[in-house]
Ligand binder design. Structure first.
Ligand SMILES: Nc1ncnc2c1ncn2[C@@H]1O[C@H](COP(=O)(O)OP(=O)(O)OP(=O)(O)O)[C@@H](O)[C@H]1O
Ligand SMILES: [Zn+2]
Ligand SMILES: [Zn+2]
Length: 815
């Protein structure tokens, strides 16, 4: 090809003003090497930026076009289908292309560029006492300093450097440091031929250990990690040193991949013989994978129905056909046990990706996927972007989980990304849950996706019996404790029999607020206006804001009425723990909440202690609701079902139902029968009642009518705009302007509903005021482009006013 190609490059700036590809010339020597997805370094104004090639064109205005400075990788990090996916992400979620590209790559990927300088021409004549003289001296004395370091040292040198480069006195070259370094180890190698080897042995006649090391490496024929050589032969580095000096051995740096789990996987575990229901589910999924046509399933299986075994075998069948598989699980459920289950089945063929890995570990796992070293990835949300070549199967377990929606740009929903990639790759998507998202179940009802039902537990165990206790009656009968009589009795029985108990505290609400019983004053954060949460640590009573971290002492008297009736209300895990110790002094309790699990690995460690039966009671928030499987647990108690029912969220009923069903599903999964006790002040609520009977289908029928009546998902999609500013008037003004423009734009469209400017449920956060405008529409395709224009304009104005305007397309929660 003789005609010159120009590369279209997306640079790493996330600003909307530069949200388009820029053209660069591809220097002759890189013509062969660059492809779509190649990472490059390009000049951008006075800066040098990293960017990705997203296309090629025969550009016209050649005069202005600058050449690419550097190609950053041998293999392009992005495959062409990922470049295409980035384009889709930015259109679907209205984010910049740069933000979309970055979402596809591990955080450790970003390079830092630096500029090396070399004196190339004759140094200029400079006055002995001048800026130029200092610079020259510095250049001679420390030739390794980069341009960036020099400028940081003396900003006044910047124009001089620029001039000298222009005059050819200095020459620039770029060096790029990877964000996360490739990890290497030192290995030893013997590259002598046999004759030279024999000669060397003679020469070393008396140095027995040296001879041994040399012979060992000669026999190996390949490089062996130095530490293995030393431990194998019981040698020390002083043995190796003379061999290196004489040139008999060479040191080589070998790349190694960090294995974050490092589990030894010797004997692969055999698949279990499937039950009839599992077999039928497996057959349908495997057949779909075979067709290589995009298809989505809802695998609706009650808790304990053995969905995981179906996933494992479907993955095995996909991999056998030479295609790759992605398995998503909620971050919280991605425990070492979970990973171990995959590693036992598939050995080293599995990469793991989640946010608790270090940047280096993430980078390595990502490279193993990109290089084709593994065919399966298990991970949290972002693993859906795994750079596989030919995806056959994508599974999203607990697909209804909120954590599958990214809360930062691009605010993608993993389920939608999976379905888009399925179209690209001709892959099958499996959405698995006992309590599917209402939308998913609705699509299945509409026939857009196929539903597979597994209505029974694996060994035919009964679903646990759920008792709902009316806490109002308990109070009327004089029981002022947080444990109903039934729950107390249940705990006592289990403690006696040596069985285990999970107590669950539903804390989506703001549980331990502080209230004055005589005047009704509620302590709130000064910055966020959220009720403060009561905390007790080392005898100190504190009020803390869960959003911004603000803290103050618990007041002794009411700031409003000066009375002494201020009390903390609601129930935090700490209070339940104290109460447990008081009522059941003999019982060991493990508490799991954000306070006890903030350290790396502490989450897994606490669960392991419970598994080892070091304590009989596990007490926690929703983080213990998912995927835990403990054979000895026969009682699950929910302290209060109500806290999640009264949050200002249209999904409150759905979430409550899901949480209660998931929690109840933790009991009686094995041989011992299970019991569940749910305490509630609103036991008649339909979410509580359907959860009691574990009747998802009936809940769905009821809830879908409620949604239809108020035009909520799945009948409309919601996009939320939030105007944020420290100045309340400015925040309000921007939101109103946006609302007006949307109204003008969609005038006469009765399929579109605009919920006018209103204070956000979190009306103040970290000292900033927040106002929402919510748009409801049927098809995003019909509104996406016009919304983008209006949004970008208003966002620009918000910025000028010192705040910002955020957008959440297909919002799952409005805060
Ligand atoms: N075919 C089988 N034969 C014997 N045991 C099985 C079989 N399939 C699954 N099991 C066992 O049944 C238990 C429940 O299975 P699994 O955890 O996969 O259920 P699940 O549907 O994912 O439940 P949940 O939604 O509650 O997480 C597990 O202990 C699993 O090892
Ligand atoms: Zn008061
Ligand atoms: Zn706050």
């Amino acid at each position: 090809m003789s005609s010159k190609r120009f590369a279209e490059v997306i640079v790493e700036l996330r600003s909307a003003q530069v949200d388009r590809p820029f053209h660069y010339e591809v220097p002759e020597h890189w013509q062969e090497q660059v492809q779509i997805g190649t990472r490059v370094l390009v000049p951008f104004g006075p800066r040098r930026l990293e960017g990705y090639i997203v296309g090629f064109s025969l550009a016209a205005d050649v005069s202005k076009i600058k050449p690419i400075l550097e190609v950053l990788d041998d293999e392009p990090p992005l495959t062409p289908d990922l470049v295409d996916l980035a384009g889709w992400l930015s259109e679907r979620y209205l984010c910049t292309k740069a933000a979309a590209v970055q979402a596809l790559l591990p955080s450790g990927m970003r390079a830092k560029a630096s500029t090396k300088l070399r004196l190339a021409g004759d140094p200029p004549f400079v006055l002995p006492a001048s800026l130029e003289a200092d610079l020259l001296q510095s250049l001679y004395q420390s030739p390794n300093k980069t341009k960036e370091q020099l400028i940081a040292e003396r900003p006044e040198w910047r124009p001089i450097l620029r001039a000298w480069v222009a005059e050819g006195i200095l020459e620039e070259s770029y060096r790029v440091k990877q964000g996360a370094q490739v990890k290497t180890i030192t290995a030893l190698q013997c590259s002598l031929d046999s004759a030279a080897f024999q000669a060397a042995l003679e020469e070393l006649s008396r140095a027995k250990k040296q001879k041994e090391v040399l012979a060992y490496l000669f026999d190996q024929g390949v490089a062996v990690p130095m530490k293995d050589v030393l431990s194998e032969l019981g040698a020390s580095s002083s043995t190796v040193k003379p061999l290196l000096e004489k040139g008999y051995l060479q040191k080589v740096e070998q790349e190694v991949l960090r294995d974050p789990y490092g589990i030894a996987h010797e004997q692969p575990e055999q698949p279990l013989p499937l039950t009839e229901l599992q077999r039928s589910a497996y057959d349908q999924i495997a057949a779909a994978v075979d067709t290589q046509k995009p298809e989505t399933f809802l695998l609706q299986g009650v808790t304990g129905s053995g969905k995981t075994e179906v996933y494992l075998q479907a993955i095995a069948s996909c991999v056998e056909q030479g295609r790759q598989a992605i398995m998503l699980v909620p971050e919280i459920a991605l425990t070492p046990q979970m990973v171990e289950r995959f590693k036992k089945r598939f050995g080293d063929d599995v990469a793991v990706m989640h946010s608790r890995l270090s940047a280096g570990e993430k980078f390595d796992e990502w490279r193993r996927i990109r290089q084709g070293d593994v065919t399966i990835v298990v991970g949290a949300r972002s693993a859906i972007f795994a750079p596989f070549r030919s995806i056959g199967l994508m599974i999203i377990d607990e697909e209804h989980e909120v954590s599958y929606k990214q809360d930062d740009h691009p605010k993608y929903l993993a389920r939608e990304v999976a379905m888009y990639r399925a179209r690209q790759h001709g892959a099958t998507v499996v959405l698995g849950s006992a309590t599917p998202a209402l939308e998913t179940r609705w699509w299945a009802h509409q026939g857009q996706i196929r539903r597979i039902e597994m209505g029974e537990r694996v060994m035919g165990q009964r679903l646990p019996k759920v008792k709902v206790i009316d806490m109002r009656n308990e109070l009327h009968e004089g029981n002022r404790s947080m444990f109903s009589k039934a729950l107390k009795k249940g705990i006592e029985e289990r403690l006696e029999k040596g069985e285990q108990i999970i107590l669950f505290l539903n804390r989506r609400g703001f549980a331990t607020f502080v209230l004055c019983r005589s005047c009704g004053y509620v302590a709130r954060c000064r910055e966020c206006e959220i009720p403060l949460t009561f905390h007790k640590a080392r005898g100190l009573e504190q009020l803390r804001c869960h959003y911004c971290g603000y803290a103050e002492r618990m007041p002794e008297t009411c700031p409003d009425c000066k009375g002494d009736h201020v009390r903390h209300f609601g129930t935090g895990t700490q209070r339940v723990e104290e109460e447990l110790h008081r009522v059941f002094p003999q019982a060991g309790v493990i508490r799991m909440d954000v306070d006890t699990t903030s350290g790396k690995g502490s989450h897994a460690e606490l669960l392991q202690r419970f598994r080892n039966q070091e304590a009989q009671i596990l007490l926690g928030t929703q983080m213990i609701a998912k995927g835990l499987d403990f054979p000895n647990v026969t009682l699950v108690g929910v302290i209060s079902a109500d806290t999640s029912l009264f949050v200002p969220d249209f999904r409150a009923a759905e979430r409550t139902f899901q949480l209660l069903t998931q929690v109840a599903g933790r009991a009686g999964r094995h041989l011992l029968p299970g019991e569940v006790v749910v305490q509630s002040y609103n036991p008649q609520h339909y979410a509580v009642q359907f959860a009691k009977k574990q009747e998802y289908e009936n809940f769905f029928q009821h809830e879908i009518r409620v949604r239809y009546g108020v035009h909520n998902p799945p009948f409309r999609e919601l996009t939320a705009f939030t105007s944020v500013n420290t100045d309340e008037d400015a925040a309000l003004r921007i939101a109103r302007t946006l609302e007006d423009r949307l109204r003008t734009l969609f005038q006469g469209r009765d399929d579109i509903i605009i919920l006018g400017t209103s204070p956000a449920p979190l009306s103040r956060l970290q000292g900033k005021y927040r106002f929402n405008v919510v748009l409801k529409y049927i098809r995003f395709k019909q509104v996406g482009d016009p919304i983008r224009t209006v949004y970008l304009e208003a966002a620009h104005e918000a910025q000028k006013a010192g705040g910002y305007l955020s957008i959440d397309v297909n919002a799952q929660m409005i805060l």
